[in-house]
Every structure is written in C-alpha cells, then in structure tokens.
Design a protein. Structure first.
Lengths: 314, 143
C-alpha cells in the first residue's frame, strides 16, 4: 500500500506545518510496510526551506525501513515546466535522485547558473562540506548582498559566519547529514523587498534529543521540543559541557539583529523564532505536527532608506 | 621570547585541502592542536591572521579562547579584519577572557573581557616587549 503526502502548492515555511501534518499522518503508527508518495505535481512555487525540508522528509521516509523493504519513497515532480525547471536549477533533483524514486519530466539542468541561486541545494555531512559552502557563498554572495540588498560589504563575512554556524548544527548535532540552500528573491507578499534566505534542514535527532542528557532535568516537566529550542536559541546551551559551546546560534542572533533579519527553527513538534519588526510570526509554537530532525530558516531583508518596518538598524 | 604563529600557514598544515577560512570546530581543533605542539605553556605568542578569510565563532572559540584559557600567558593578535574581531570579541568576552590586538598604527588594545586586558598590557610593558607612548597608548617594541 502507498500512502500519500501532499506537497503544498506554495511550499515555504508558512505552509510547512501543512506538509508536516500530511507526513505525520502518512507515517502514523510508524509502520514500515507502506511506501510513501510525495505528491508535488501541483506545486507552483517552493522556497529553499520547502526544498530542503522535502529532502529531509524523503530521507526520513527512506530510513523508516518501511518504504516496502528498502524501496525508496516516491516523488511526483511538478508538472508546471517553469516550476520543475526552477527546482532543477536550484539543485533539488540532484539530491532527490538519491532519496526518491522520482516520477515526472525532470529537465537535466545544471544547478546554480543564475544570480538568485546563491547556493543550490547542497548536502552537508561533514566539516569539509561546511568549508565548501562557506567558500562558495563568499564568491557568489558578495555582490548580491552589497549591491542588491544594501548590506555593508563587510557584512558578507558575517553572512558566511552565520551560514557556517547554521550548517555546523547538522554536523555537530543531527547525527545524520542534511542540506543547505541559499537564495535571493523578491519577497513581494511580505515585504515588497528583496531578501536573502538561508534554509538548512536535516532528518536527524532534533534539538530535544540532542540536549536531553544535559538539559531535561533542569526543565523538569516543561521539557520537550519547545523547551529544547528555547534552551538552544535563547539561552545558548549546548549538549557539550565545554564552556565555549553554544556560540553559534548566539552569533547568528547577533548578526541578524544587526541587519534586522529573522531566524526560525523548527524541530519535532515546536518552532521558535526571533521575530523582527517587519514580521508577524509568533515567537514560539508548540504542539505542531511532528516532523523529523531540525529545519532552520534565516532571512536577511534588503536594507535601505526607511528599512524594513520603517527604519534601518546598522 | 615571543612565539610567532602565522595562522594561515598553520591552517594549511592542519587540514587536507586548500582552505583560507577558519570555520568549523574540527578545523579549529586541528589548528589549535598543531599550534600547541610547538608552543610551551605560559608563553607570550603573536598570532597573525593575514590571509585568513572567514573566521566563525566555533573556530574562534576552539582556537583563541582555548589557547588563552589553557596555554598562553598573553596572546597578541594582528592582521585582524573587522569580521575577525566580530567573531573573537564575543567569544572571549563570554568566557571572561581577553587577548591583545595590534591596531594598524602599532598601538595595542584589549579584545574580549575588559577586566583582564590591563594586566596583559602591563605584562608586556614590564617585560619591555611594549612601551607607553607620550600620548598614553601602548605600542609593541618587539615582534
């Protein structure tokens, strides 16, 4: 039997919970005998967050063992030629081919040939991958960040630092590999401005499991996905007892505060966000549909006169 | 005697592949362990960042904070870019540690926590490795 997981037509962080609910429902009971079909045929648009999240779901589904005795989950590619072409250029199918049995017409396009795709969907498994990502982004992102987003040219290095620390979260804590993608685009719906988005996703153990041995007792009955995210992002704790740990997320927060950016982390059944003035997201959500691993979203908006939400912080 | 550390060269010796960025904890650990092999405990060391691209917080902690905490008496940093400083400053400050930084004009300043920095400057002056200028600043006389 095959179970359907519908991919939202507009697939981004806002619709991710809808996707997670479909995934949770399809995997309900944890049974291994049923193959999952991720249906993206009607997809009209996907953000980098959606694309890396879909890969994480594919990995988790394949790992369930269930997928019918080693069979990979199925994925129907978008039928809209523009959409499927963009997914290919964003590097999605290069990674999806290893995880899914892909159905549909997929163009053989090399990823990352356009300026918007600052970093195509890229696997992150080890420190060497983080080095490659940081090196690539410095070559590609500098012009976009300074000329198009109005960031101080010096901010490029801070951007690379934030990207490095986001990716290291996978290497250090996930217990498995993950993916990162960076893209610039016009965010008409929300800001009417250009933004640069970093999306990182894995299907690993998640924040709660990673921090459980060192933090669960401290939180007592409150312990759960939300408390784990709060401990990591707000309190800067780490599973390592080394006093210097926990610097990464704190550094990302400082960088984003300077450029009025946003960070949101979803893990398990919770999601936490540092919400800038231009956004109306909620700081903490709990009781969401369960989804494996961790998904991190960083958004840096175009700076300029007036700035997002009426002023510019520098 | 002041130990000289060219951090870019150490990076090349420490990891496979040609990297100019000091990122990730494993890289930081490899670089620090390479430095520690030739660095007697309690020494005064100059670490030159010329040629280093991105320095992330994890590497700043793994290399600089741990050397300052466990290995060197005074660590003097030079060739720093603004972004290097942005990574190092909070890491040291958060741990209550300080290093010294050589500005482009040769004067020295503390980097990190405020409390330990004056004693580090005084130590260099006492050892005649640095001297006070008539304006009150402290500049390096050696290294």
């Amino acid at each position: 039997m095959t179970r359907l997981v519908e991919v939202p037509a507009q697939f981004d962080d806002r619709s991710f919970d809808q996707f997670a609910a479909a995934y949770a429902q399809a995997t309900d009971g944890g049974g291994g005998g049923e193959r999952l079909l991720f249906d993206a045929h009607a997809a009209e648009w996907a953000s980098p967050y959606g694309l890396v999240g879909l890969l994480a779901a594919g990995e988790a589904a394949a790992r369930r063992g269930g997928s019918g005795g080693g069979e990979r989950p199925l994925l129907t590619a978008p039928v809209n030629p523009d959409v499927v072409s963009y997914w290919a250029r964003a590097g999605f199918f290069r990674e999806a081919g290893d995880l899914f049995e892909v159905h549909g017409k997929v163009p053989k396009t090399k990823p990352a040939t356009e300026s918007e795709v600052l970093l195509p969907v890229t696997p992150v498994r080890a420190a060497e991958d983080v080095h490659a990502v940081v090196s690539t982004i410095q070559q590609r992102a500098s012009a976009i960040l300074s000329s198009e987003l109005g960031l101080d040219p010096k901010a490029t290095m801070g951007f690379a630092m934030a990207l490095s620390e986001s990716c290291q979260n996978i290497v250090e804590h996930a217990g498995t590999g993950g993916w990162v993608a960076v893209q610039a685009y016009n965010w008409r719906r929300k800001l009417a401005r250009r933004v640069v988005v970093i999306a990182v996703a894995d299907a690993g153990v998640g924040f709660r499991h990673s921090l459980e041995s060192t933090q669960a007792k401290r939180f007592g009955e409150r312990w759960g996905d939300a408390a784990a995210l709060e401990a990591a992002l707000i309190q800067g704790v780490s599973r390592f007892r080394d006093p210097g740990r926990g610097q990464g997320l704190a550094g990302i927060r400082r960088y984003l505060a300077r450029w009025e950016g946003k960070i949101a982390i979803r893990s398990g059944t919770a999601r936490i966000a540092i919400v800038p003035r231009w956004d109306d997201d909620v700081p903490l959500k709990d009781g969401l549909p369960a989804f494996p691993g961790s998904q991190v979203l960083l958004i840096i908006p175009e700076q300029g006169s007036g700035g997002p939400g009426g002023s510019t912080q520098t | 005697m002041i130990q000289q550390i060219m951090i870019h060269a150490v990076l090349q010796q420490s990891v496979a592949g040609f990297y100019t960025d000091l990122v990730t904890r494993p890289t930081g650990r490899a670089v620090r362990e390479n430095i520690e092999r030739d660095l007697p405990t309690g020494t005064i060391a100059v670490m030159d960042f010329t040629g280093v691209g991105c320095l992330d917080y994890s590497c700043a902690d793994e290399i600089i904070a741990k050397l300052v905490r466990d290995k060197v008496r005074v660590l003097l940093l030079r060739g720093l870019t603004d972004s290097h400083r942005e990574a190092i400053e909070p890491v040291l400050a958060g741990a209550g540690l300080a290093a010294l930084c050589a500005r482009a004009d040769g004067t020295l300043e503390g980097l990190g926590a405020r409390e330990p920095a004056p004693a580090l400057l005084e130590e260099l002056v006492a050892r005649r490795l640095a001297a006070r200028t008539p304006g009150g600043a402290i500049t390096l006389t050696a290294a």
